[in-house]
Write a protein that binds this ligand. Structure first.
Ligand code: HEM
Length: 528
């Protein structure tokens, strides 16, 4: 018969069978055996029970039953795309990293943008930080900048991360809100964690409701190190500056968009790339040395502080273009595994205690999320340069050692002997001198919780300041515990009295709370 323009066979119950021919490939099982009938399970008699020996049916259902993997514990909702990074000029005086050595050098990248708190199916326009994670497939291995669209973070030490995320995500008894920061647990945690106040100002700004991923900045947040071929180290902060400019929506638009099109941001990126309107960002560096570190008011290892661009200008060193959508969302966007620990020779860590904790967390969570130590064998995660090691076996092992040797040192020569260490070109940690008492301690300036929050607030235009005051008022109006509302206002008094007053009035507080006792005085003379 003929069905929607295609020759079909009709089965015993009148069902439609589309049939393979010269143009259409035959359907097979996962083992490659051709399938004769994909509409009827194998039965004992027309009205009889389905038979256990129906291998095709069992394989099909078995595979379907296991399609879901755990979503990311944070940044569950995201959208990815491929592209390239192009180096402007050689940076060999400051880093030995191969991707920065030759002007015009192009390096493949994969980028995943995300929200933080919402579950995988949540709406794109939630008021939230956006993840901005970039994987560079360099000739000396994969390098990831696992960043956000805000240059500071909530906490100074990774030991607080589970608390922050528990407080931000849905409350454990009621299971909501699923993608909102406007709830008691979140603001309770913020109000009891003074180090998070600077970030609280940033997240109440328009940056957390971006117009699209294409109009956002990105930041590596932590201070990293560049190390050149002579072993000289320079501190570096990473910035992504959108060539499209920066744009946000207003809250009223965000609320409507969430209802009308919860996929607004993914659709925007997909459509732009498919139409050939390829978004671009410049990679910028803030570079500084120990002298700057010594005279800077804050600790460069404190992820709740920025280094003002007036003090250390951002130097553009290359551009990134996103020019290709994924072929398959699950294979690429879901299975991609970013990790702050993925570094290449010429780039190194600092002792930022938030970064040090992240370096443990990503591998660990990815084993649980992707189900096997061999997730690096997936195409989106595999290096695109040659790689040779003695890691073997485990679930889904795809690249096992070739030849006899799976250990070293060994006596076997040639191919049989496998790879060898490379003291000259291999990754070497910068030999920083480290000494000190062991203890659960922080550096003193970590205690200045308000100066940079104030600096951020006063650097905003009147309209932007108004949006920050409205956002605090709106969010706190969803908090049902009066003490929590008042505690946030008490913090804001240390940031800016006028802001505190606007929020207190908006919330109709009967009495202005006393300012929270600050661990260090707020600097009011910082340049905006
Ligand atoms: C995921 C950024 C702090 C643990 C992510 C992602 C980004 C990100 C962009 C999503 C990656 C993707 O698209 O797949 C940041 C930034 C931080 C920060 C900028 C602070 C500066 C932390 C800390 C921890 C942590 C302190 C834990 C100690 C995780 C985990 C995931 C994640 C477990 C899920 C990874 C996965 O399942 O693949 N983070 N993060 N993050 N982050 Fe962070």
């Amino acid at each position: 018969g003929d069905f929607a323009g295609e020759k079909v066979l009709r089965g015993t119950g009148g069902e439609v069978h589309q049939v393979a021919n010269g143009k259409r490939k035959p359907l097979t099982t996962a083992q490659g055996a051709p399938v004769s009938d994909d509409q009827n399970s194998l039965k004992a008699g027309r009205r009889g029970p389905t038979l256990l020996e129906d291998q095709h049916f069992r394989e099909k259902i078995f595979h379907f039953d296991h399609e879901r993997i755990p979503e990311r514990v944070v940044h569950a909702r995201g959208f990815g795309a491929h592209g390239y990074f192009e180096t402007y000029e050689s940076l060999s005086d400051i880093t030995a990293a191969d991707l920065f050595l030759r002007p015009g050098e192009k390096t493949d990248v994969f980028v995943r943008f995300s929200t933080v708190a919402g579950n995988k199916g949540s709406a794109d326009l939630a008021r939230d930080v956006r993840g901005f994670a970039v994987k560079f497939y360099t000739k000396e291995g994969n390098w990831d900048i696992v960043g956000n669209n805000i240059p500071v973070f909530f906490i100074q030490d990774a030991i607080k991360f589970p608390d922050l995320i528990h407080a931000a995500k849905q409350e454990p008894d009621r299971g909501f809100p699923q993608a909102q920061t406007a709830h008691d647990n979140f603001w309770d945690f913020i109000s009891l964690t003074p180090e998070s106040i600077n970030m609280a100002l940033w997240i109440m700004s328009d940056r957390t409701i971006p117009r699209s991923f294409r109009f956002m900045e990105g930041f590596g947040v932590h201070t990293f190190r560049f190390v050149n071929a002579e072993g000289k180290s320079t501190f570096v902060k990473f910035h992504w500056k959108p060539k499209q400019g920066m744009q946000s929506v207003v809250w009223n638009e965000a609320v409507k968009l969430n209802g009308a099109d919860p996929d607004f941001h993914r659709r925007d990126l997909w459509d732009a790339i498919k139409m050939g309107d390829h978004p671009e960002w410049e990679l910028g560096l803030q570079l500084f040395d120990e002298d700057f570190v010594d005279k800077f008011d804050f600790d460069v290892l404190d992820a709740t502080k920025i280094i003002p661009e007036e003090e250390v200008p951002v130097k553009p060193v290359g551009r990134m273009v996103l020019n290709r959508c994924v072929d398959n969302f699950f294979a690429e966007t879901e299975q991609v595994a970013f990790h702050t620990g993925n570094l290449v020779p010429g780039i190194d860590f600092t002792n930022d205690p938030l970064l040090q904790g992240r370096n443990f967390s990503y591998l660990d969570t990815q084993l649980s999320r992707l189900g096997s130590t061999n997730f690096t064998h997936l195409p989106v995660n595999a290096p695109r340069c040659p790689f040779h090691h003695f890691q073997q076996d485990g679930h889904m092992a795809f690249h096992n050692p070739v030849g006899r040797a799976n250990y070293e040192p060994n006596s076997w020569s040639g191919e049989e002997g496998g790879p060898r260490e490379d003291p000259k070109n291999g990754f070497a940690s910068h030999p920083e001198v480290v000494e000190g008492e062991k203890g659960r301690i922080r550096s003193e300036t970590f205690a200045d919780h308000y100066s940079q929050a104030r600096q951020f607030y006063i650097s905003q235009t009147d309209v932007e300041q108004g949006h920050i005051a409205s956002a605090f008022t709106f969010e706190l109006s969803k908090v049902q515990t009066p003490e929590i509302r008042a505690r946030i206002v008490a913090h804001l008094r240390n940031v800016d009295e006028d802001l505190a007053k606007q929020v207190a009035d908006g919330l109709r507080l009967k009495k202005m709370p006393e300012p929270i006792e600050a661990a260090m005085p707020t600097k009011t003379d910082l340049k905006a």
